[in-house]
Design a protein around this ligand. Structure first.
Ligand code: KG4
Ligand code: ZN
Length: 378
């Protein structure tokens, strides 16, 4: 079966073509058109600019796909219907509806977060197993930490399509916190990779930053207090914004030069902190909270597998520290994580989630029922 998939929920336009034969998944083509350059000057996604870029990019990516593969050989069209920015979602939904009608092929609406979860089955790391098993080992129940620019959720997966959100952020998503802190420090956009780069040269315990809700008796998160702690450090002049807010890693490269020493500041633990130290300390605070809550959830629900997904799952420290925490704390559990290129938004993951949903329902959705839903829940 060949699935054409479209993703336009935020600021990446994605078009992919998947071929699924038995339990083998082959990604025939996978195009993502990034809008980083458009939104970087604003330090965040500007919805009307994003929509305009989706309408410009979609025909280009579809044409590139159809140049390589005959559109006659497509069996299913999968499209993200939510959650996301509604006008952006409509761009993909309209294109998918037209294609479905013109090509007379079934269409299926996909939850963006199920797509992120499905990314664990794409690429060299996830391998191409049947959804329920991997190397003959049952995967479920599984706990998946979905961490992106829009979401931070712990999802209990009891089987394919059986999702229960057991915890989520009460304010900022983890990726949003990375982006906002990077903006405060005058680093580039998106902030996650910029902070991670800068953190490589910093000391994670240089600043005593809060670990919000780490001991709360639930699986919810909160990151706005952590962001505010960084804001106060900037306001008090402990860390000055880099003058190089042009992006491209300039802030990280010069980060060490822009700090002021305030003796006896309660949040400083070493003697001469640097911007790189603040990035490392912030990253470690986020990772500590994410790892601790995920492990607790995995223990409580007897998880056989722990998974990561979403843009923040590309973070090397999170990947490394989650892997060793699973190994240390949860006996016999598998740890899955997507290849970094499938952590951030892409259409290949939507194609696979669309295939799963089509298989579950045994049919496609009605074209007029494919509607963008900004607040869709798993
Ligand atoms: O999943 P995604 O592409 O889009 C949403 O669905 O939101 O995630 C984008 C988010 C951004 O906030 C970005 O800063 C963050 O993922 N991100 C990272 C890293 N790479 C991307 N955060 C931390 N470390 C990274 N290496
Ligand atoms: Zn996403």
């Amino acid at each position: 079966m060949r699935i054409l998939s479209i993703e336009t929920s935020c600021d990446d336009t994605g078009v992919a073509l998947l071929e699924i034969k038995g339990d083998r998944i082959k990604i025939l083509s996978d195009f993502v058109s990034s809008q980083v350059k458009i939104h970087a000057p604003y330090g965040g996604v500007v919805p009307n600019l994003a929509v305009r870029a989706h309408y410009k990019n979609l025909p280009i990516l579809l044409e590139k796909t159809f140049k390589k593969f005959d559109s006659k050989n497509i069996d299913l069209i999968a499209v993200t219907v939510g959650p996301g920015l509604e006008p952006c979602l409509w761009a993909g939904v309209r294109a998918a509806r037209v294609l479905s009608l013109a090509m007379k092929k079934p269409i299926i609406g996909v939850d963006h977060l199920e797509g992120h979860i499905a990314a664990n089955w794409l690429g060299p790391i996830g391998g191409n197993p049947k959804p329920e098993t991997r190397n003959q080992k049952p995967l479920f129940p599984a706990i998946c930490l979905v961490v992106s620019g829009g979401h931070t959720q712990l999802v209990l997966i009891r089987g394919m399509g059986k999702y229960k959100v057991i915890g989520q952020t009460r304010d900022d998503a983890a990726g949003e916190a990375f982006d906002k802190v990077a903006k405060l420090l005058g680093l580039g956009y998106p902030g996650g990779p910029e902070i991670a780069l800068s953190a490589q040269n910093g000391t994670p315990d240089a600043f005593k930053l809060p670990r919000p809700m780490i001991d709360a008796p639930n699986f919810d998160f909160s990151f706005s207090g952590l962001k505010t702690a960084v804001l106060y450090l900037v306001r008090e002049g402990v860390i000055r914004q880099s003058f190089c807010d042009l992006g491209g890693g300039w802030g990280s490269a010069f980060g060490g030069a822009f700090t002021k020493r305030l003796p006896n500041h309660p949040l400083i633990t070493n003697r001469q902190p640097l911007t790189t130290d603040l990035c490392a300390s912030f990253q470690q605070a986020v990772v500590d909270v994410l790892v601790s809550k995920t492990i607790r959830a995995a223990k409580e629900y007897g998880a056989k597998t722990v998974m990561l997904s979403g843009g923040v799952a590309a973070n090397k420290e999170l990947r490394k520290q989650m892997a060793s925490a699973v190994k240390k704390n949860i006996h016999n559990a598998s740890f899955l994580l997507p290849d970094p290129r499938y952590c951030t938004d892409n259409a290949a993951m939507i194609g696979l989630a669309g295939y799963w949903k089509y298989a579950r329902h045994g049919r496609g959705d009605k074209v007029d029922k494919i509607i963008a839903r900004a607040n869709l829940n798993l």
